[in-house]
Design a binder for this molecule. Structure first.
Ligand SMILES: Cc1cc2nc3c(=O)[nH]c(=O)nc-3n(C[C@H](O)[C@H](O)[C@H](O)COP(=O)(O)OP(=O)(O)OC[C@H]3O[C@@H](n4cnc5c(N)ncnc54)[C@H](O)[C@@H]3O)c2cc1C
Length: 445
């Protein structure tokens, strides 16, 4: 990288907030080391860094905690990593209004801790909930089991401040200071994977913490029976916060059973009497199905199980080979899990599945089989068959994680289809020089 740009960045944020050379090694992405890592401390500094990079034509990778940084195609060119680490302050919490504003580098864990002191929370529980930053959660549209009842970031985000590639600071939604004409900025930023701007602040709608929070584990003989159980719950008067379906491998990984069967994890929260009534009703509802055992988890056991579900891709196998996220109709979930397992076995690999059963999002984790060394071609063939399976059922598959040798053979994203022209137009307007995460997102945006 040009020495003049490094000098400019150093002048902007201070010498100790710019890393170069070997110091950049914690930020290696897909085997590529960034040319520099810069840590701005204010949104104005973020603006200065982006304007300088834009003028120099240097690509920028916005970086929160790095928990989902590998999602996407490998970067076209290793440029600058822009870390949000120093933008980690809670700016405003209005308990009476149930709203809070924080800087985007604040971790969700720290945010929840601060809100918890006033008996409130942000009802989002994505994987890596403690480490992930608010900006990263929004940019990757991350959500967890409680999406079933509480929705995604899109339902909870009130306003957002973003710095565009040219350094302009724009705000959309609640408490508008300056808006980008015609765009709903918060909606645009959610799921944009850092391709449209750097999120620097966000305002959220909060909820009071429930008085009681319980997790029921119901185990079944077959995945099919668990699928029927999930459908029975959806058709009932119950209002669970989460309904997750696990296959036998996922149960084993979470310490919930052996190598057979399937399970439903059902979250119930609210007033104690509501939770007790729903627990009894759930047990009655599931008892009429195939052989089933139900057990309630509270406290640390419950928290541990929820966290492990989110981190299945890490804990399912000693070595994860690839992770794919499927989106499908809720009614197809059990069938897809069963057939996905068959496909992996046919290729000599193991698979574990955890699904938000009622919203149709399935995490499919691929692990090694009997052979210790797995060829990238075998993994790619399995992923290709998985994608065909899900597409035939009207869904789609996104390659969440895989080694580079596999990514070179399997596209990360589904073909974008008709909306792509609109995406390209928006990208061209907000980032005309294409410096933000170039080449990483859908259609090579
Ligand atoms: C056409 C398309 C295909 C995708 N395919 C998959 C897939 O197969 N599996 C998967 O898990 N994820 C896919 N994604 C990524 C997806 O945005 C996030 O991964 C998210 O998990 C999906 O959430 P959603 O379905 O609620 O978002 P969607 O409703 O699909 O919307 C995506 C969000 O991202 C924003 N967005 C879309 N395109 C751009 C862009 N070019 N630049 C900036 N922001 C953009 C939109 O404004 C929208 O808010 C795809 C996204 C798009 C746009």
């Amino acid at each position: 990288m040009d020495a003049e740009l490094i000098r400019r960045l150093t002048a902007l944020v201070g010498e100790r907030h710019v890393l170069t050379g070997v110091e950049c090694s914690p930020y290696v992405l897909e085997g590529r080391t960034p040319e520099a890592v810069v840590f701005p401390g204010t949104k104005e500094e973020v603006a200065g860094v982006l304007a300088a990079a834009d003028a120099a034509g240097i690509p920028v990778t916005p970086w929160g905690s790095g928990t989902r940084i590998s999602v996407g195609m490998p970067p076209a060119r290793p440029g600058l990593v822009l870390s949000l680490k120093r933008l980690d302050r809670l700016l405003e919490h209005e308990p009476a209004d149930l709203t809070a504003t924080a800087e985007a580098g604040m971790t969700l864990g720290a945010f929840q801790d601060a809100l918890g002191q006033r008996g409130q929370w942000l009802s989002l529980d994505p994987p890596h909930a403690r480490q992930g930053t608010l900006g990263g959660v929004l940019a990757s549209n991350a959500s967890g089991p409680r999406r079933h009842l509480y929705g995604t970031a899109r339902d909870l985000l009130i306003g957002l401040t973003m710095v565009l590639a040219d350094g302009s600071i724009v705000r959309g939604g609640g408490k508008v200071v300056k808006n980008v004409a015609g765009y709903d900025l918060p909606k645009l930023a959610i799921g944009s994977f850092g391709t449209l701007g750097v999120i620097v602040e966000a305002t959220f709608k909060l909820r009071p913490r429930p008085d009681m929070d319980r997790l029921i584990v119901a185990t079944f003989e077959r995945v099919k029976d668990a699928g029927q159980g999930a459908r029975a719950i959806m058709a009932s008067d119950l209002i669970p916060s989460a309904v997750d379906l696990l296959d036998a491998e996922a149960m084993r990984a979470l310490g919930l059973g052996g190598r057979e069967g399937a399970a439903l994890l059902v979250g119930l929260d609210g007033l104690p009497e509501q939770v007790e009534w729903q627990s009894a009703e759930l047990a009655r509802l599931l008892a009429s199905g195939a052989r089933v055992e139900t057990r309630a988890l509270d406290g640390a056991e419950r928290d541990g199980a929820w966290q492990a579900v989110g981190e299945l891709s890490r804990c399912a196998f000693p070595e994860t080979t690839a992770v794919m996220t499927w989106g499908a109709l809720p009614t197809q979930v059990a069938d897809l899990v069963e057939h996905g397992g068959d496909i992996a076995r046919r290729h000599g690999l193991n698979a574990a599945f955890a699904a938000h059963a009622a919203v149709g999002i399935i995490t499919a984790v691929l692990g090694a089989g009997a052979e210790a060394k797995i060829a990238a071609t075998t993994v790619a063939a399995t992923l290709g068959d998985w994608r065909a399976l899900v597409r035939d059922a009207g869904g789609h598959g996104m390659l969440e994680w895989a080694p580079l040798a596999v990514k070179e053979r399997v596209p990360v994203w589904e073909p974008p289809g008709a909306p792509f022209r609109i995406m390209q137009r928006i990208k061209a307007e907000l980032d005309p020089n294409g410096i933000l995460n170039p080449g990483r997102f859908v259609g090579g945006i």
